[in-house]
Design a protein around this ligand. Structure first.
Ligand code: MG
Length: 394
């Protein structure tokens, strides 16, 4: 019996066409560099593709005069996949430059001004490429269609079989390259999109379901619609929990929530053993699904010996910001018989808020005893339990 032959997975490039001047949308920079809810349209589009696990590389076709604007874009997830090429005078020339620069077997050509293509849509087009040489998303036309002139309806038009085309449009790279080169050679005028170029070359294009939200930003009104769409889509709310325990030891200062608290013993640990900060830090890493303190600051690494634990919390809070989240609540419970936490709780809240760089009103520090039961009841150590809430900034 022969072993089954493995088919290597075909690679996939996203080609983001961003060389246009976008004058219809108004503004003093091309529309793809204008912000929607604080983030430039192109950065939003790039993030969708660069973060997608089935996309191997992202080729951005930019205008030669836009290099500084491109360099000023905020970094996105998956940025190592992204590179740029310069576009030409027409959309077709720009796409051709992108297809030539691509190193993949298949390409998804996408308008920079469509920042809302969902991960599911990208996957749907790519999956259809497994069945044929080309696939593109579209929505059936549902409004009645008229032909008119000078404000008057001349006639109705049948809408059966009509679709509104979207991107990303997916192609076998070699087939699309040949189609564009043939068209460029023939000098056959402008094409509305790459499906038109493919059809002219006799390539069959499968229609996959498009999405209403995947609209192209063209007019000033479209920017307002995009802002509303972002506001609607920010419900990425995450919670995380953290739990930590350190045992008491003689001859060490007691550090809790970044403050030295008067007590006859301190806590034992590799760092300053600040059990409160450790629990909060782990809760943030948990909400981000980024492991725990030990992963980011290995105890085997001598540089963290005796370290003040505020560096751990600062790092976790910084990661939340980098990932686009605001920390909206921290709730910490310290479990011990002694020292009494109540007299220090307000100062601890203020210190935690300062380290995490959020308002004190979003930080809670409370304490409980364990009724003299268990290790905390026997005053062998202190336990800490934390919950945090993160909300995406849109
Ligand atoms: Mg700890």
């Amino acid at each position: 019996m022969r072993p089954a032959k493995e088919t290597p997975a075909l690679s996939l490039s996203a080609i983001i066409v961003a060389a246009g001047r976008g004058t219809r949308a108004g503004g003093d920079v091309p529309k793809q560099y204008r912000a929607v809810a604080g983030v430039p349209v192109l950065a939003r589009t790039l993030a969708r593709f660069a973060a997608h696990p089935i996309v191997d590389e992202v080729v951005v076709v930019i205008h030669p005069g836009d290099s500084a604007l491109f360099a000023a874009l905020p970094a996105t997830e998956g940025r190592a996949k992204i590179r740029t090429v310069h576009g030409g005078a027409t959309r077709a020339e720009s796409v051709l430059a992108g297809v030539r620069a691509s190193r993949a077997d298949r390409v998804l050509v996408h308008d920079a001004a469509r920042p809302f293509a969902s991960p599911e849509l990208i996957a749907r087009v790519a999956e259809a490429l497994g069945r044929g040489p080309a696939a593109a998303p579209a929505l059936p036309v549902t409004d009645a269609l008229w032909r008119g002139t000078e404000g008057l309806v001349l006639a109705t038009a049948p809408r059966d079989g009509l679709f509104r085309a979207q991107t990303p449009q997916g192609f076998d790279r070699a087939a699309l390259l040949a189609a564009h080169e043939a068209r460029a050679m023939a000098g056959t005028g402008t094409a509305a999109d790459d499906v038109e170029v493919a059809l002219a070359a006799g390539i069959a294009v499968e229609i996959v379901a498009g999405e209403g939200d995947n609209f192209k930003i063209t007019t000033p009104e479209d920017f307002a619609r995009a802002e509303r769409q972002v506001a609607r889509g920010i419900m990425d709310v995450r919670t995380g929990n953290g739990f930590d325990v350190h045992r008491f030891a003689d001859g060490r200062p007691l550090v809790l929530c970044g403050l030295e608290i008067p007590h006859d013993r301190g806590l034992e640990g590799h760092s300053d053993a600040d059990v409160g900060l450790h629990a909060v830090t782990d809760a943030i890493y948990g909400a981000l699904a980024e492991g725990d303190i030990g992963r980011h600051f290995p105890p085997s690494d001598a540089q963290w010996k005796g370290a003040a634990s505020d560096i751990f919390l600062r790092h976790a809070a910084g990661r939340a910001v980098e990932r686009g989240f605001a920390i909206t609540a921290i709730d910490l419970t310290l479990i011990c018989e002694r020292p009494k936490i109540g007299p220090h709780a307000e100062a601890m809240r203020a210190r935690l808020a300062e380290i995490a760089d959020i308002e004190t009103g979003r930080v809670s520090v409370k304490a409980t005893t364990s009724e003299r039961l268990g290790f905390t009841g026997r005053e062998e150590g202190i336990a800490a339990l934390a919950s945090v809430t993160l909300v995406a900034r849109g």
